[in-house]
Ligand binder design. Structure first.
Ligand code: MG
Ligand code: ZN
Length: 372
C-alpha cells in the first residue's frame, strides 16, 4: 500500500514538473517521498536557556498552561559542543544554523574556524525571504550564527558588518552602537544598509509600533544601544516585531516562502542570574510568540514551526514546597548545563522532529523539509 502511494506520487510529481525538476526527483525519490516537498515557510523559535525546568516554571505560572501543548510532535536534542560537553549559545546556534558541531564561542564556523554556510543563506539561494528577531542584540551569538562567520562571538563590530552583507530581508534586535558608533573602523553601517535598499530605524528615532513597514523594501530596526531591557523592566517590542515579521514575510501563492528565526534571548539571562521570576516573565512573553507562530501555521498550511532551546541555563529545579501559584526554585549553576533539550514541532513536516538526535539534526531536518 505504502509502496503504491509512493510510486503514484513519483509519477504525479514527474508529470507536474519540467525536465530539470524531473531529473532531480528521479535522482532522489526516497528523500522526497519520506519528507515534505510542500514545506514553504519555516519559523524557528529558539528560547535561549529554555530547558524543561524553565518551561515547567513558565507553564505552572500560567495556570498549568503553555502554547507548547499545541505541538503534537516532541523530540529531544543533544546539545553538546565539539570542545566542551556543556555548550554555549554560539556553538549551539551554529549547530542549528549550519549543521556542524563546533567549539564554544564559534559563530558560523567549523571547529577549525572555517566558514560554513547557514540555513538562512541556503534559503535565500532558493528564493526565500528571511528574517531575524531577537530580544538580545542582533549581533548576539544566537542570531549571529545565522548570518555571520567569526572565530569569536565577542567580535560584535565584525559580526554587525557581516549583517550588512547578509541580505537578510527583515531584522529587529538591540545593538545600535555596533552599527552607528563603531570603535574599530568608524564605518556607518546605517548608511551602508540604506545604500543596499534597507529602511533602517532605531529606538531613538521612532517607536517600533508606529513604523510603517513596506514589503517592497528590506527592513531593519535596532531596539537599544546595547542589550534590550528585560520584559519586566519595560521591553515591549518582541511581540509586535514578531507579528510584523510574519506580516512582512507572509507570501503569495507564487512566492518561494521564507525562513524566520525569532529568539527569546533573555530566558537564558534569567537563568544566569538564578532569578526564577526573570526566567518566568521572559518565558511568558515568549509563549505568546509561540502561540502567534502556531496560529500562523494554522492559516498557512505550508508552514513548519520548530521550537527549541540551545541549552538549559542555571540547572533550574522546582522545589518540593512549590505550589502552582507560588513556585520555589533552586539552581545548581550560574552557567549552562548539559541536559538534553526538548524540540517541539508543528505544521507541515512536523513529524520528522520526533526522536532523539544531535542538535545539528535541526539543521538537517529543516534543510530536508525545505528541499534546500
Ligand atoms: Mg541567545
Ligand atoms: Zn547563556
Amino acid at each position: 500500500m505504502r509502496n503504491s502511494i509512493f510510486v503514484l506520487s513519483i509519477i504525479f510529481l514527474c508529470f507536474s514538473c519540467d525536465n530539470g525538476q524531473t531529473k532531480k526527483l528521479v535522482e532522489s525519490p526516497l528523500k522526497l517521498a519520506e519528507t515534505h516537498p510542500m514545506v514553504k515557510n519555516v519559523i524557528l523559535l529558539i528560547g535561549d536557556g529554555m530547558g524543561l525546568g524553565q518551561i515547567s516554571a513558565g507553564m505552572y505560572s500560567q495556570q498549568n498552561h503553555t502554547a507548547l501543548e499545541r505541538c503534537k510532535v516532541v523530540g529531544i536534542h543533544k546539545p553538546h559542543a565539539s570542545n566542551k560537553l556543556v555548550t554555549d549559545s554560539a556553538a549551539a546556534a551554529t549547530s542549528f544554523a549550519c549543521g556542524v558541531k563546533t567549539y564554544n564561542g564559534a559563530i558560523g564556523v567549523t571547529k577549525d574556524t572555517l566558514d560554513v554556510e547557514s540555513i538562512m543563506s541556503l534559503a535565500q539561494k532558493s528564493g526565500k525571504k528571511t528574517g531575524l528577531v531577537a530580544s538580545s542584540t542582533i549581533v548576539h551569538a544566537t542570531p549571529a550564527a545565522f548570518y555571520a562567520h567569526n572565530k569569536s562571538r565577542k567580535n560584535y563590530e565584525e559580526i554587525a558588518a557581516d549583517l550588512v552583507n547578509s541580505n537578510v530581508d527583515f531584522f529587529v534586535g538591540g545593538g545600535k552602537q555596533f552599527f552607528s558608533n563603531r570603535n574599530s573602523d568608524g564605518r556607518d553601517l546605517y548608511a551602508e544598509l540604506r545604500a543596499k535598499g534597507y529602511i533602517i530605524s532605531d529606538f531613538l528615532e521612532s517607536e517600533f509600533a508606529t513604523l510603517e513597514i513596506s514589503k517592497e523594501k528590506k527592513f531593519g530596526y535596532l531596539t537599544a544601544n546595547k542589550d534590550p531591557l528585560p520584559v519586566a523592566q519595560g521591553r515591549d517590542y518582541l511581540i509586535d516585531a514578531s507579528k510584523a515579521a510574519l506580516n512582512y514575510l507572509e507570501n503569495s501563492i507564487e512566492d518561494d516562502g521564507f525562513f524566520l528565526m525569532i529568539e527569546g534571548s533573555q530566558i537564558d539571562w534569567g537563568g544566569h542570574a538564578n532569578d526564577g521570576d526573570y526566567v518566568v516573565s521572559e518565558f511568558i512573553e515568549y509563549d505568546k510568540i509561540i502561540d502567534l507562530a502556531l496560529d500562523f501555521a494554522d492559516t498557512h498550511p505550508n508552514t513548519l514551526v520548530v521550537i527549541t532551546a540551545d541549552h538549559e541555563t542555571g540547572g533550574l529545579a522546582i522545589q518540593p514546597e512549590s505550589k502552582m501559584d507560588s513556585l520555589s526554585y533552586a539552581f545548581t549553576s550560574t552557567y549552562h548545563t548539559g541536559t538534553m533539550i526538548p524540540v517541539f514541532a508543528y505544521g507541515q513536516g512536523a513529524e520528522d522532529f520526533g526522536g532523539i538526535y544531535e542538535n545539528t539534526a535541526i539543521f538537517d531536518k529543516i534543510k530536508l523539509a525545505l528541499d534546500l
